[in-house]
Ligand binder design. Sequence first.
Ligand SMILES: [Fe+2]
Length: 524
Amino acid sequence: MVEKSHQQDQTRNTLSQKAKRAAQTGSIYLQMKHILGLSAGFHDASVTVINDSGDIVFAGHSERYSKIKNDPGVSPDLLQELCDYELDTIAFYERPWRHNYQQWRSGQREYGPWTVGGAIRQHLGHWYQDPAHETSFRHHLSHAAAGFQTSPFEEAAVVVIDAIGEMDTISIYHARYDDRGRARYKRVWGQRYPHSIGLFYSAITKAVGLKPMEEEYITMGMAAYGTDLGAAHLMYDVVADSEQVTFNRNLHIGFDSDDWKDVAGENLAAAAQSVTETLIMNVMRRARRLIDSDNLVYMGGVALNCVANSRLGQIYDKIWIMPNPGDAGSSLGAAALALGTRVNWRDAFLGHDIAGRYPVRPILDRLITDRIVGVASGRAEFGPRALGNRSLLADPRGADIKNRVNEIKRRQKFRPFAPVILEEYVNDYFEMPKNFSTSRYMQIVARVRNPELFPAITHADGTARVQTVPPGRSGIRKLLEQWYLLTGCPMLLNTSLNIRGEPMVNDRADADRFEHLYGIKVCS
Ligand SMILES: [Fe+2]
């Protein structure tokens, strides 16, 4: 405790010293105005810093610092990353009083602060700097902005689907930039608690023995092992109106049905996945009818369901899902709303920096000798997927590699590993779904053309959650190019580098612990 408060004081001193130095020296960098976006208090807290040119200078998850999965609090170690920035505005991702109202209506009765300032002070604690501006935005609007203002579109239909945010569960916005380049949002349709696709999926997740609000992605993986023969019955059982997306009971309190007691978890998961996809597609068709646009921006925790995402191209020509569509990504959304204009999106490598060149040669050497290697280099990924900077990589060819990676990861059999591939070769190895020629953030699944050659990355239903890497200067791109030259294979197995039970590796110390625990080299 003493150590921590000493550390806190040091950080605060550093902040004020830097501000003074900036004023004395006229440093442009330190005088640049920065907006801090903050998402915290529910699950998976995060912060995002945007400068007044619209560049995302930092975005990180609290869990990567505290080592508590989906940590709702803001870790002091995460806040250390903010020392370099003079904060002009702090933007909170939802309206605190609306959140409290939601708590009251849903019977949870755990109230937080009622004001924006109170919420920000509570989450930042000793690190709170008195900024010129404090503000907050509606929960679903923060989701929408995190998507639209990072998208390449001038205008779009923005669909937000999550479990519950304030009282909203589904929102459809028409978003566009006005003559001054400011983002404008008009909400044209919505659905409210307790009618929620996200809460339905969480209730099923609990019913199949998994952890709700955390392990929905495992439910999705289980579904491939079951049959969806029960989908029509499940739809009849729980859904009141599939067009309006209303349910005939409050699934927030769980899914408890005698009809499903003796049904295998895999079959219930498959039925629920099918119902979920039907409901999502109904929402998308409604958005298409209401808004005359070929562009879809899709956000909210339900947008992490990559199996459902793969069908979106049946309705929309151009689709953007920001790679962190859940509540953690809303720190970016709140900051974007405070900025008001387009955010310059480059990639998802926005977190803690392990400085130095991407270690292409050492990784290749290990892949040739051991077939498995870790990498912790450059900036950590913002979002739930390891995209090459905090990854465990392996040679995807052959039957034995899946078991070897599983020895380290100890994952359920129904969870396949993902492939990462040079983008220009993706069609040789995968059948991409309609209107998805790329998949840079692992947000869709594609059919594997030769599953017998790559069993480690092929799921039970013959698909893979593919990541494509475009030409460019990223480390993972250089690595794949060299790997292809050496082996003729343009693809690697890519899974997140994490110690069992912990979030993804963040810094070099985490990487060292991983190396020590599992005896697998982690290159930096
Ligand atoms: Fe949300």
